[in-house]
Design a protein around this ligand. Structure first.
Ligand code: 9MR
Length: 419
């Protein structure tokens, strides 16, 4: 049994809140968090009420406010108005803060991206930026995404003013400057499509090795996890990709999780698949000792970059546009609750972990004030679940009958299992 599960089984209290962050902590993670869309914080009280609920989201990250174009729009002129919005929310609520991001080719003001630089001059520019921005947020960030998206999907280094000026030397320049400016925050490399464990993942792995070989500090790798319904890797494949990096001695986290439907409206089956995909992602983090947390890139379909970028696609998050919980929310809470209570965390596609704990059963009350969580009892396609597999629980959309000779036994409101 996984150490996280053993620990949490031993420490499990009599009652666990059914909110995502509380469950995640009980399950052994540091946090379950969300990105905050700065422009909606003062205009949408209902949106903010859920963000302000620390039991639901114990960590926040600014969606845009700390990026270079916001923090240093012209050379040497720093502004923290946008970045402070989320930092102040975290402070007020006692939430932890992920900070995003320092060196990135995008949302980079043209005074940086369009000039021609000598190495010395651009190094000074990077160091000044990193020193000032990290200095402003000193003591506030659990982690900083120091370097963002330096690898192409095809596994080549991404072209940028930084690569053109330094080759790969800018990786270590950025991390060394970050460590000097803030010796405490975890320093991350952050990228998308690392989840598929292909050429891009291998190049990011090489990037971490380059930084380490240069003697520069790197503490974490962020798997952004901008994924697609039905195209999300299995829980075990995801865990394999995460473990490649923890083997290098860095922690990992899902930093920008969303799973989009390619076309809308989503059918009930697509919504269930989305829930299963979310559970596989969160479950893979639970399975890997060095995976510290999960952040969704906005929690509601009301505010998401996805439809703004992929026309016709969307509804990629845990709450719908009316801020009601979706099947995906239930799946995530279910996989977290299973881990928090010591039951084997299973999803439709993984069913191999065996509960060995003798800890007292834990009640997981459905103490939510949002729309009622759907309880699905219909078996999908008449399939029968295997021994140890999940066969029921709030929001469960998979098989509810077990293969002979096993029967479906209720563990808690969120989890029934073929035993
Ligand atoms: O969600 C962000 C969106 O509002 C911005 O318009 C966009 C601009 O590039 O950036 C989005 O966030 C990105 C994040 O900072 C880095 N990883 C990819 C995210 C989605 O594009």
């Amino acid at each position: 049994m996984h150490t996280k599960a053993i620990l949490t089984a031993l420490l499990a209290p009599a009652v666990v809140s059914a909110q995502l962050h509380d469950l995640a902590v009980r399950a052994g993670l540091k946090y379950f968090g969300t990105a905050v869309r700065e422009g909606s914080t003062s205009s949408d009280a209902a949106y903010m009420a859920i963000i302000n609920n620390k039991s639901e989201f114990g960590s926040v990250v600014p969606e845009n406010g700390q990026k270079w174009e916001s923090t240093e729009p012209s050379r040497g002129s720093f502004s923290y108005t946008q970045g402070d919005i989320t930092a102040n929310i975290a402070k007020k609520n006692g939430q932890s803060l992920r900070c995003h991001t320092l060196v990135w080719h995008s949302q980079l003001p043209s005074w940086v991206s369009s000039a021609t630089w000598t190495r010395a001059n651009l190094q000074a520019v990077i160091e000044t930026h990193v020193t000032n921005v990290m200095g402003h947020y000193l003591g506030q960030c659990y982690a900083w995404d120091v370097l963002n998206e330096a690898v192409n999907d095809d596994g080549a280094w991404r072209d940028s003013v930084f690569l053109r000026t330094f080759g790969t030397d800018y990786f270590a320049i950025a991390f060394a400057a970050a460590k000097k400016a803030d010796p405490v925050s975890k320093l991350y490399y952050n990228d998308y499509n690392l989840e598929y464990n292909g050429a891009k993942t291998s190049k990011a792995f090489e990037l971490v090795q380059i930084v380490q070989a240069a003697g520069a500090p790197i503490n974490g790798v962020g798997f952004q996890a901008h994924l697609i319904v039905g195209g999300t890797p299995s829980r075990s494949s995801l865990a394999t990709a995460l473990r490649r990096f923890t083997a290098l001695g860095v922690e990992v986290a899902y930093t920008e999780l969303d799973i989009r439907h390619s076309s809308l409206p989503a059918s009930a089956a697509a919504l269930a698949t989305q829930g299963n995909d979310f559970a596989n992602v969160v479950g893979s983090c639970l399975d890997v000792a060095g995976c510290v947390g999960v952040t969704v890139w906005s929690y509601t379909d009301k505010y998401s970059w996805v439809p703004e970028t992929f026309s016709g696609a969307g509804d990629a998050l845990l709450y719908d546009k009316n801020l009601a919980k979706k099947a995906a929310w239930t799946s995530v809470s279910s996989v977290l609750a299973a881990a928090a209570t010591g039951a084997p965390a299973t999803t439709l596609s993984t069913s191999t972990r065996v509960a060995t704990t003798t800890a007292a059963p834990v009640q997981v009350p459905t103490s939510t004030t949002a729309a009622p969580v759907p309880t699905t009892t219909a078996p999908s396609g008449g399939a029968e679940a295997a021994h140890w597999a999940q066969c029921g629980g709030n929001g469960w959309a998979g098989a509810t009958k077990c293969q002979s000779p096993w029967t479906c036994k209720v563990s808690n409101a969120w989890y029934s299992q073929c035993l």
